[in-house]
Every structure is written in C-alpha cells, then in structure tokens.
Design a protein around this ligand. Structure first.
Ligand code: SAH
Length: 211
C-alpha cells in the first residue's frame, strides 16, 4: 500500500473544514500507519478512529486536525496534552509547538509512544504516566492544553494550569457523546466556542469519570 499517497488524499479531504496550512502540512508529515497496530495499518488513512489496545483508540484524523487548528499554534507554545494514547496527536503537536508535555494513564501506552516518538526523532516531547491529579502542575502554566478524552465538565484544575490568553480544547458531554469546546482564558472570565459533536473514550480519574 502507498501510505504517502493515501495520506495526501486524506489531507486533501479536510478542506474546507481545515484551512490552517501549517496543520495540513504537519498531518502530511506524520506517518499515522506507524501509530496503529500492524494488522490495522491498511486502514490508517481511513478517516476514522482505530483501536490501539487497552480499550483505547487513536482519534479520527479529521478530529485531530480540527482540535489542532483550534489551538492556534504559532510555534513558540509550551503545550500540555492529556491522553497520549498512541502518540499520534503528540507528534502532530510537536511539529507545531515548541515543547509538548503529554500524560497518559496506561503505562504500556506511554512506553510504546515513547519508543515510537524517540525513533521518529522528536526531541520536544516529554511523556509521563498520569498521576492522581488531572494534568501536570509542575510545568504549568501552559499556552495551550488539549484533552483527547471525554470529560463530564470543563475541569477547573486544567483552567488553572492554563496561562492567561491560553486555549483549552476538550470534548465535554456524556460518556458516549460530546461536544468539542475551546475555552479561551481571559483576565476576567473565559470565552467558550463550540466546535461540533464528537465521540471520545472517557477521561478517567479525579475531576472526570470513574473507571
Ligand atoms: N491522542 C491520542 C488519543 C488517545 S485516546 C492519540 O492520538 O492516539 C485517550 C487516551 O486518554 C487513552 O489512551 C486513555 O488511557 C487516556 N486517559 C484517560 N484518562 C486519562 C487521564 N486522567 N490522564 C491521562 N490520560 C488519560
């Protein structure tokens, strides 16, 4: 299978929803086939989520593009990702931001993502197994935070880890269906944009869902 060609066709299908050329270029550079199990590689450029084991999924490519575009990255940001999963979204973010901190609650996925991302030569991604508290307070504040698992509400603790002027992109709703939200943190209050419906695996833990 010609993965490079399949990737270009997929990226072509994102227009007009995704117009940020930097995002389109980043997706054109990252080999999604390496982030899915070998037996699913032939589906790597279908625009849908795929199973990555442990009951988790790699997000649908269009949703990855939409969330990344919503972060409005310019290249100098320090960024937090909650839910490393396969590491695919982390790679896209690392193409577009200065430094990416990413946390994941399943240690085996952290290990797999670390090996893969190091092998691909990414030097600006730091991975860690998630602790009991949501997020990664030690490195806060972040210019942007992206949560790639579904939350019941916007977690206040993540707003606290965001810099003033920063953006948080997060799916919020029930365990089975959510709306993608972008929260812009202002000096006096936040502004919320609704970006459309989506389906993510649940965010687990304090300030989220029970396992
Ligand atoms: N961005 C990923 C999508 C991963 S799916 C990709 O591109 O592949 C969401 C991930 O969030 C799952 O791997 C799940 O284990 C993880 N997760 C769920 N709750 C979490 C929490 N509280 N902290 C960190 N990761 C969490």
């Amino acid at each position: 299978m010609d993965f490079d060609r399949a990737r270009q066709i997929l990226v072509g299908s994102f227009y007009p929803g995704i117009e940020d050329q930097l995002v389109l270029d980043a997706i054109s550079r990252v080999p999604r086939e390496l982030f899915v199990p070998v037996e699913l590689q032939m589906f790597a450029y279908d625009d849908r989520p795929l199973s990555i084991g442990y009951g988790q999924t790699i997000s649908q490519p269009y949703i990855v593009a939409l969330m990344t575009q919503a972060l409005e990255l310019k290249g100098r940001e320090k960024l937090l990702e909650v839910g490393t999963g396969s590491g695919y979204q982390s790679a896209i973010l690392a193409e577009l931001a200065a430094s990416v901190y990413s946390i994941e609650r399943i240690p085996e996925l952290v290990e797999q993502a670390r090996n893969l991302l190091e092998g691909l030569g990414y030097r600006n991604i730091t991975l860690r197994v998630a602790g009991d508290d949501l997020g990664w307070k030690e490195n806060a504040p972040y210019d942007t935070i992206i949560v790639t698992a579904a939350a019941p509400d916007v977690p206040q603790t993540l707003i606290e880890q965001l810099a003033v002027g920063g953006r948080l992109v997060i799916p919020v709703g029930s365990r089975s269906e959510q709306e993608l939200l972008r929260i812009r943190k202002g000096k006096s209050g936040n502004k919320v944009d609704k970006l459309g419906g989506c389906r993510f695996v649940p965010l687990i833990g304090r300030d989220a869902w029970q396992d």
